[in-house]
Design a protein around this ligand. Structure first.
Ligand code: DAH
Length: 359
């Protein structure tokens, strides 16, 4: 009898260990402890034993029952755990994002600086105006008070085109000042605009390229005076170079289209191979400006007794070189990707005066 119980125990425990899932385990439980299970049958057969044996064997069968129950519970827990394990593995969701490529494109320093300048003047109420690159003599010179045969026309190293208009050759604008004329002739005063764009002169060396960029400024009203001119431009210099301590000087100058005229210098220090803006005792010219000449106001059909104001013109490339320490102007237009990766700006670095122009 004892040997039978031991064998039964080994068989049941073996098939229990072999059960690969909960259903198989349940089958083992039924075949052992179910109503017709082998252990149950064994219990039933106890009645046939002589009383002295019945007690002892009965105890052993009870121990066997408890042992099997415990083994069933352990195995069930194991199977449940591994079933969960498998399910988690099967239903796994990849919630990681694919790596984003770093943007490769760069904004050219000229575009970036033009945006910076526009952002600063936008804060002062200036809108952006535009004009054509191909101009005529009237807008580029005559209306700007360049007298015929005036040497200033030659000073501009103008590119004349073969095409003519009203017998006069067309030309590539030598400055953005003709946009002043076009803007004033296009609508009634007051005016408050800047006009960034391409300009052309027949000239080429480290600081001159045949095509370069300027930004023009124009503010005309009934009582716009030189104080406004100075305030705007001093504020501009401080905002643009992001240093409120930069010294600014207005030096008398001459332009046909302004009277009085001035050039604006900023304080700088010239080292052996470097130029530091904003400190030192040297001066560096950055723009021309003045009160718009009465002849210009007249040329656009307004009465200079009623309307007056100021204008200025500045080289965008030039201030970009100063601000970002770019030594050679010609490299701006070589389309060298390594240069652009070094000096360019990320597309999302949109300059604003409140978030910091260049950060
Ligand atoms: N047009 C001038 C140039 O190209 C720059 C300039 C000077 C523009 C004075 C202005 C001004 O509007 O008032 O050199």
């Amino acid at each position: 009898m004892d040997a039978d119980i031991d064998r039964l125990r080994d068989e049941i425990l073996a098939s229990l260990a072999a059960a690969g899932d909960l259903a198989a385990l349940e089958a083992v439980r039924i075949s052992a402890l179910g109503r017709k299970g082998r252990v149950t049958e064994l219990t039933k057969s106890l009645g046939a034993l002589p009383p002295e044996q019945r007690r002892e064997v009965g105890q052993r069968v009870n121990v066997l029952k408890r042992e099997i129950e415990a083994a069933l519970a352990t195995r069930a827990a194991e199977l449940e755990a591994s079933a969960l394990e498998r399910r988690l593995a099967a239903e796994r969701i990849d919630i990681t994002l694919p790596a984003r490529e770093r943007p490769q494109g760069r904004i050219h320093p000229v575009s970036q600086v033009a945006e910076e300048i526009a952002a600063i003047f936008a804060d002062m109420g200036f809108a952006v105006a535009e004009g054509p690159d191909v101009e005529d003599d009237f807008h580029n010179f005559t209306a700007l008070n360049f007298p015929p045969e005036h040497p200033a026309r030659l000073m501009h190293d103008t590119f004349f085109l073969e095409a003519t208009q009203d017998g006069q050759p067309l030309l590539l604008r030598t400055h953005t000042s003709p946009v002043q004329i076009r803007h004033m002739m296009a609508g009634p005063p007051p005016y408050r605009v800047i006009a960034p764009g391409r300009t052309y002169r027949c000239d080429s060396d480290m600081t001159h390229t045949p095509m370069f960029h300027q930004v023009e400024g124009l503010m005309i009203g009934r009582d716009v005076h030189m104080g406004h001119l100075k305030g705007c431009l001093i504020d501009f210099v401080h905002a643009f170079f992001e240093r409120p301590d930069i010294k600014v000087r207005f030096r008398p100058s001459f332009f046909p289209f302004t009277e009085p005229s001035a050039e604006v210098d900023i304080g700088c220090r010239r080292g052996r191979d470097e130029l530091v803006v904003g400190e030192g005792a040297d001066w560096l010219e950055i723009l021309g400006c003045g009160m718009v000449h009465p002849n210009v106001i007249r040329a656009v059909g307004l009465d200079p007794e009623d309307w007056q104001g100021f204008a200025f013109g500045m080289g965008i490339d030039r201030v970009a070189m100063l601000k970002y320490g770019i030594p050679d102007l010609r490299t701006f237009f070589e389309a060298d990707l390594r240069w652009l990766r070094h000096y360019g700006f990320l597309p999302l670095d949109v300059p604003t005066t409140y978030a910091g122009l260049s950060r």
